[in-house]
Write a protein that binds this ligand. Sequence first.
Ligand SMILES: Nc1ncnc2c1ncn2[C@@H]1O[C@H](COP(=O)(O)OP(=O)(O)O)[C@@H](O)[C@H]1O
Ligand SMILES: N[C@@H](CC(=O)OP(=O)(O)O)C(=O)O
Length: 592
Amino acid sequence: MLTKITSYGDFAMTNLVEDDWGKKNLTFDPSNGGSCAVGGGSCCGVVKLESSTSLSFSTSFQSKVSFALSSRSFCRKREGICGKRRALKVCCEKRVSAVVEKDAAMRQGADSNVEQLSIVMKFGGSSVASAERMKEVADLILSFPEERPAIVLSAMGKTTNNLLLAGAKAVCCGVSNVSELHELSFVKELHLKTIDELGLESSIISDILVELEQLLKGIAMMKELTPRTRDYLVSFGECMSTRIFAAYLNKIGTKARQVRRTAMYCSVWAVHTDDFTNADILEATYPAVAKRLHGDWTNDPAIPIITGFLGKGWKSGAVTTLGRGGSDLTATTIGKALGLREIQVWKDVDGVLTCDPNICPNAKPVPHLTFEEAAELAYFGAQVLHPQSMRPAREGDIPVRVKNSYNPQAPGTVITKARDMSKAVLTSIVLKSNVTMLDIVSTRMLGQYGFLAKVFSIFEDLGISVDCVATSEVSISLTLDPSKLWNRELIQQELDHVVEELEKIAVVHLLQHRSIISLIGNVQRSSLILEKAFNVLRKNGVNVQMISQGASKVNISLVVHDSEAQQCIRALHSSFFDNGFLSEVEEAASVN
Ligand SMILES: Nc1ncnc2c1ncn2[C@@H]1O[C@H](COP(=O)(O)OP(=O)(O)O)[C@@H](O)[C@H]1O
Ligand SMILES: N[C@@H](CC(=O)OP(=O)(O)O)C(=O)O
């Protein structure tokens, strides 16, 4: 019995959120469900829906049913979703029932015997950086004949960086100089060379290249690069890589189809200027993605080659991006949406390592992580995974496997809900640099209530995200998330404003150029970890400026000055991982 419809999308686009559509038509019976609202013997009801589909309504007396959309603002802060909730009100005259039917594609999918997609495989820019790499990735995909994969690709190599640079230069280079931009030539040559080496026709991307140059000329003409335009600009990278790879698979006899920013609904309407380049996935994405990919696959089973990183603003309809490295999040979102068996993210390293290999070249792969550990690790700076990417995987309880496309034999890292922590001590050391820290000391008496609330409401009002917090009775030290901070255009004014507001209730010290060193592992052993860590730091003459142990029980964070951070990490990594310390502790744990 339906009683309520809730829509997240634009009803005109028929992407509504629905409940249990699967097998049968759902009947709206106003005499039972809706409230009798309007006079003249009419009954009205509102229908609740949890997953998305196109809606069609049929009644025995069509002309006697009316539909009305109403909208209401809502905010679910914990999920980061705010917007307008639109409800569909169905009004019928007495004894007339409205039948809500699932759409044709869904019905076909449910009834069909076609085996559904089984895994998602994401290949990052480093994995598809050249024609040779694309061939190897194609071989790799085909080496799993038992799977029916959905493929997510990033832009080739450093294309995103080059597009961003080209955009920045276009702002001030003048329209007539756009064609000469080095970064534009680089992007063109890379893609045309790749097409040539793969034996494809250059015409497959000529329209994209023309449009790209036009866009850069538009930027040059306007002398302006807004976050919205920046997202559109970088989207050319993923559009080209997926088109080329799909064409190559088809050429070698494997049926594939390019899927562009498939129904990834993102929030871009919030007040902050950086939302366009750092959009969030909305709940409506999951059913929409499932419908699109299942529908396409069932109608015509061809491997979907999906643009990673890109979304679609649910209100603006414009291209959005999920933040740098966002293709990981695209992959896990698709994994959850389709309820797949496994999510694979293929990188250029043997999995998640004990440390960034650029800081500690002898970092080793970590065989097993929990979603919680991986999320902390990604959030606190490990470039290997997008900070938000673990959320869909954890919600869908779908294992994530991080593998090396250059060395597929390496076992990689498996990320799951739980693992045996009985012997675990320290898993990985992560660095987040260029952090801004605030020391806030209350000017009032001990025991004052509402101080923390006041401080955090100032950050909330300004939409500034806080990373680590340490408090005492009269003071708070906290760090501000640099990824959310430094791409905000007015950041220095905003920081000045924060300080000004806080100074009404406290003495404030703004400390810039700090680093957070996060020790990810088993915080049940925090004394052991801290004893060892502080020994190392003391020997290296480093003064820790703040310590924070989160409630997650997997992360201890230490704040030091930027200039000391890398040296600290190397010393910590060496004493924890290189000298047999952890294996000794683990052995002792298994004896006890
Ligand atoms: N803890 C870590 N484990 C593995 N790689 C890391 C870690 N920290 C930083 N990295 C860096 O992340 C890179 C892989 O991530 P990324 O560049 O996003 O790959 P891709 O572009 O293929 O998705 C590695 O080449 C490595 O330099
Ligand atoms: N191309 C985008 C998205 C992405 O996920 O890339 P990669 O998988 O290469 O980190 C970026 O460079 O940010």
